[in-house]
Design a protein around this ligand. Structure first.
Ligand SMILES: [Zn+2]
Length: 297
């Protein structure tokens, strides 16, 4: 090798692009982890705190989770009250870097929940269940990645554009699929209120014994009321969620004759070898199951 060739090789090896190791990005839960991966590709190492089939509502971070924030260039949260623990975790880890809130700019849904004699207004955090909100998540995450790692901004922009068109195509496909089901049949029971945004976007009515968080157990009275409603309105379409206890749904099925139509992926993805390892696969798993279940109503 001549001196000049050696110099060229060294210069190439030392160029910023070749030296740039992937940036570390920490996402609060698996849906966000996948969205980050789709946009960042090989340019980021993505760590997900609440993994596949995990429940972000009840997650209790450990010191080991705090250690995961060390050297992170970016932390991505859902916001809307799903992952409020992330703020405490960032503080205990002394994390000083950027925190992106994926749901920024989304029109949040609110619900009134009754607990005994008290009524409270609660914000629904499950915004990702409407793919058009997913597009806003992509925009926010893309902008945060570009700030955290400007060297790869063009790659992030291109990947986000391509991914956004995939999400919008799927959104249109799902809208079309539900129009084939008569409005009166579009009623479904799940374990907790994770599908408010989905229902509003795609015209499906969801009922659940548990509220928008899995933190509080439903009372016997709540369950009895729901059982009465299911019987009176002849709803036969009932689903388990991947990240909640299946027992309550199974009991409701026995009490009412509603048929358990399988598992919906609501607040978490499946492991890589499962039916919903990505955000897109989550919808591709859920929609045909919902349509099949609603046919029984
Ligand atoms: Zn939830």
């Amino acid at each position: 090798m001549t001196g000049r060739t050696l110099l060229t090789v060294l210069l190439v090896l030392l160029s910023p692009a070749a030296l740039a190791a992937p940036v570390k990005v920490v996402a609060s839960f698996s849906v966000l982890g996948d969205i980050v991966r789709q946009i960042a590709g090989d340019h980021a190492d993505v760590i997900t705190l609440v993994g596949p089939n995990g429940d972000a509502h009840t997650f209790d971070p450990s010191p080991a989770d705090a250690a995961k924030l060390a050297d992170a260039a970016l932390v991505v949260s859902n916001g809307l009250g799903l992952d409020g623990w992330l703020e405490r975790l960032a503080k205990s880890a002394d994390y000083k870097g950027a925190v992106a809130v994926a749901s920024d700019g989304i029109q949040a849904r609110h619900m009134t929940e009754v607990e005994g004699s008290t009524k409270k207004e609660v914000t629904d955090p499950h915004a990702w269940q409407n793919l058009q909100n997913g597009v806003i998540y992509v925009r926010n995450i893309e902008a945060a990645l570009e700030m955290a790692d400007p060297t790869n901004a063009t790659a992030y922009k291109h990947a986000a554009e391509k991914y956004t068109s995939e999400l919008l195509a799927l959104d249109a496909e799902i809208r079309l699929a539900f129009t084939a089901v008569p409005k009166a049949k579009r009623r479904v029971i799940t374990s907790h209120d994770a599908f408010g945004y989905f229902g509003a976007a795609y015209g499906v009515d969801f009922l659940a014994p548990e509220g928008i968080s899995t933190e509080t157990e439903p009372s016997a009275g709540d369950v009895a009321k729901l059982v009465d409603q299911i019987r009176a309105e002849h709803i036969k379409s009932l689903f388990i969620e991947n990240m909640t206890d299946a027992r309550l749904v199974t009991i409701i099925g026995k009490e009412t004759g509603a048929v358990v139509g399988g598992t919906l992926y609501s607040d978490a993805l499946s492991p890589p070898d499962g039916p919903a390892p990505t955000y897109i696969a989550m919808f591709k798993n859920n929609v045909p199951k919902l349509i099949e279940g609603m046919a029984r109503n």
